[in-house]
Design a protein around this ligand. Structure first.
Ligand code: NDP
Ligand code: 13P
Length: 320
């Protein structure tokens, strides 16, 4: 919608004929963005071939579990000029690939970039001032993305560290579940602030182990997205955590949101990889024990208090 509002021709490929017809006739996507009139420059398409004909930029915005299957179908249909942008925040379990790595593997002859940050979709659709960070090797692509979606209400920053941007976007969903869960259990604002701070420490520790720059997690894709997702009931991951804190099962909690909550899948992948790499992540382990080992939700916080490292910060910048 940001691109369409900037005058670009946007084609939205959808599976649901009802949704496509609704957008074509009313410019409303009531299933996902109720009461948010969309630009008339958006055409909803059921036919993928039509949707990607002569396409300059392909924005991939499906849940991480569907990215590979969707891009495998669309890749052979793409013109050679098409550049790919991933909006998806997740990690592929089988390969431990980030979304940019899945896209690059499936569409090796196309430029790939990623976008992430504090981006609650409904607020962006309502024109609330927001910002995102884009990362990628093709600097011309990053500049084009800025031109396509920037506006007075939406600012794009750039960062060369794709790993840091993608790990920030994927991992923050785990901690949003914890934040919602402890809110339901009556923990206070101090506890939430502690979880957000220690979450940043764990995310950075893990991302650096995989080659990211620690300073990237101090940006929009790290602390920025942590703050909004851990602090907002608009977050689906926060909602899932809140429902779990109220005593619902994970399956009940996910169905109550009715939308994608990437954090459950990401939790499984990260808990396993952190153990394999020997990266201490007490919040991840605590939430894993609650969700997959049936431990009490309060154990997340007691696990943090008992096992977290003593240092407040670990990536001290040498005195400048
Ligand atoms: N929503 C937000 O605020 C933000 C979301 N993201 C990320 O965007 C990604 C997508 O999540 P989001 O859009 O929020 O999820 P939603 O659950 O809101 O919507 C998922 C969309 O993906 C479509 N979809 C799912 N599987 C397939 C498939 N196999 N083939 C084609 N279409 C498919 C769904 O179509 P259908 O309706 O037919 O099921 C639906 O349109 C996630 O990684 C999320 O973290 C990033 C920033 C903000
Ligand atoms: O990624 C998002 C905000 O940046 C959306 O968060 P949820 O997926 O938790 O709703």
């Amino acid at each position: 919608n940001l691109a369409a509002l900037n005058g670009h021709e946007v084609r939205l490929w959808m599976r649901s004929e009802r949704q496509a017809k609704e957008i074509q006739s009313t410019n409303i996507n009531s299933r996902y963005l109720p009461k948010c009139p969309l630009s008339e420059n958006i055409q909803a398409h059921l036919d993928l071939n039509q949707a990607v004909q002569d396409c300059d930029h392909l924005f991939v915005a499906v849940p991480s579990k569907s990215v590979r299957q969707v891009v495998e179908v669309v890749s052979p249909l793409l013109p050679s000029k098409t550049k790919l942008l991933s909006l998806t925040k997740g990690i592929e379990p089988e390969s431990f690939f980030l979304m940019s790595q899945v896209l690059q593997q499936v569409a090796p002859n196309h430029s790939v970039a990623v976008i992430s940050g504090p981006n609650l979709a409904k607020e962006i659709a309502k024109g609330t001032i927001s910002a995102s960070v884009v990362a990628g090797k093709d600097l011309a692509q990053l500049e084009e993305i800025k031109q396509i979606i920037s506006s007075d209400e939406f600012k794009i920053y750039t960062n060369p560290d794709i790993l840091g941007v993608e790990f920030g976007g994927a991992l923050k969903n785990i901690y949003a579940i914890i934040s919602g869960m402890i809110a339901a259990l009556g923990f206070g604002e101090n506890s939430r602030a502690m979880v957000v701070t220690r979450a940043l420490a764990e995310m950075t520790r893990f991302a650096v182990k995989l080659g990211a720059n620690p300073m990237t997690l101090m940006g929009l894709a790290g602390i920025g997205d942590l703050v909004v997702t851990c602090g907002s009931a608009q977050s689906r991951n926060y909602q899932v955590g809140f429902s779990i804190g109220q005593g619902h099962t994970v399956a009940q909690a996910v169905s109550l949101t009715g939308e994608t909550a990437e954090g459950i899948n990401t939790l499984k992948v990260i808990q396993e990889e952190a153990k394999h790499l020997n990266v201490p992540m007490p919040l991840v382990q605590g939430l894993y024990d609650v969700i997959f080992e049936g431990r009490d939700a309060e154990d997340v916080m007691s696990n943090l208090m008992a096992t977290d490292r003593p240092e407040d910060v670990e990536f001290m910048v040498e005195s400048l």
